[in-house]
Design a protein around this ligand. Structure first.
Ligand code: PMV
Length: 365
């Protein structure tokens, strides 16, 4: 597949107006994407668990304009309130995808969006938000082209979402999604996320992710800036190589169900991501003292009880605590007894691996 495969061919009869609604989940990377090339092409491949509870629901209403507009006509509501300050991000997204969604200037768009998690939780909503919006827009194209296959629909939705926010391309399907070309994974591509093509051991089904909200404030450095700092980074090339190697190692681990080996890769990836931040120029730290307290508690508990519990981090201070279904009760007890005290106002979110985005009936909550 190339980018050109996502440019609609021929003329289709698009609807005059309508409304569509999608719910798209967040995702948590096991092998991290950090560093990108032009057009949101990742500098290294990544893989993630699709989540379930943390999600964005977006309703898109559209009405055809009398004539082709000079600029995008849109209004955006977040949790019921008009949000002018979210508009520039959406306009940038529309500019990037216009070649692939050529009817954007033919409609007035009303976007109504909300998250299942609190806005100021420090959980990034860009992955779920861009995925939900990409799905809504693509379903307008599909209504003029009902023959579009499900595979193509998912690929193009992921492709469009990627142009909004890289990791959003892993939020269309579940439950294990790979993005970025790597020789060992057939069908892997930089253009969109694909469902992991190999057998995955039962140990990794229904995996849990309890998200400990350590710091709910704004991050000091955005992901966009963080990615840019990988240009000319002293350790960048080695890091990109390591991501390919870790994906290769995970292949065997996913097949055999080896939880110790899984933990080693996942925690090393999280710490490497933050090591890249600490060794960028300018350098920065997104972890907080409580992030480290939690990590140390997890290590002590794992050593003492031999429970296969581990952590990962995204670009922030919050900690994702990962554990298999078979150890759920013990891990939740440990989290409540020992870790919740390190969360801001004791807040955490119990999530688990999920099946991907869903189309909702228009007025469904
Ligand atoms: O999708 P972005 O540009 O917000 O970057 C996300 C990067 C990480 O969350 C840190 C890693 C990843 O692979 O999701």
């Amino acid at each position: 597949m190339t980018e050109n495969d996502f440019v609609p061919k021929g003329s289709t009869s698009l609807p005059m107006d309508g409304k569509v609604r999608y719910k798209a989940p967040s995702n948590i990377a096991l092998v991290k994407y950090w560093g990108k090339k032009e057009n949101q092409i990742p500098a290294n491949p990544s893989i993630s668990f699709t989540l379930d509870a943390c999600a964005t629901t977006t309703a898109l209403s559209y009405k055809r304009s009398e004539k082709l507009l000079d600029s995008f006509s849109l209004e955006l509501f977040f949790e019921g309130k008009l949000k002018e300050d979210f508009k520039p991000k959406i306009i940038t997204f529309f500019e990037r995808i216009e070649k692939y969604v050529p009817f954007l200037k033919e409609y007035h768009w009303k976007i109504e969006t909300s998250n299942s998690f609190p806005h100021s939780s420090g959980i990034a909503s860009s992955a779920s938000g861009m995925a939900a919006l990409a799905l809504c827009l693509l379903s307008v194209e599909k209504s003029g082209n009902p023959e579009m296959s499900e595979d193509y629909f998912n690929q193009k939705a992921s492709f469009l979402a990627r142009l909004g926010s890289g990791s959003a391309c892993r939020s269309i399907e579940g439950d294990l999604i790979q993005w970025g070309h790597t020789p060992g994974i057939p069908g892997s591509t930089n253009l969109f996320g694909v469902t992991y093509p190999f057998e995955v051991h039962q140990n990794f089904k229904n995996y849990h992710d309890t998200i400990l909200l350590v710091h709910k404030g704004q991050k000091t450095v955005s992901s966009t800036v963080g990615h840019e700092l990988m240009y000319g980074h002293l350790y960048a090339e080695k890091r990109f190589e390591q991501a390919h190697q870790n994906l290769e190692k995970l292949k065997k681990i996913f097949g055999s169900g080896d939880l110790d080996a899984f933990i080693e890769i996942v925690e090393s990836e999280a710490l490497t991501l933050h090591a890249m931040m600490m060794t960028s120029l300018p350098y920065f730290i997104l972890m907080k003292p409580n992030t480290l307290e939690i990590i140390n508690r997890i290590w002590s508990f794992r050593l003492a009880t031999k429970t296969p519990i581990c952590f990962t981090l995204d670009a922030g201070a919050n900690v994702h605590v990962l554990y298999p279904e078979s150890h759920k009760a013990k891990c939740i007890q440990f989290i409540q007894d020992e870790l919740v005290a390190y969360c801001e106002n004791g807040h955490y979110i119990c999530d688990r691996i999920g099946k991907g985005a869903q189309r909702l009936v228009v007025d469904q909550q």
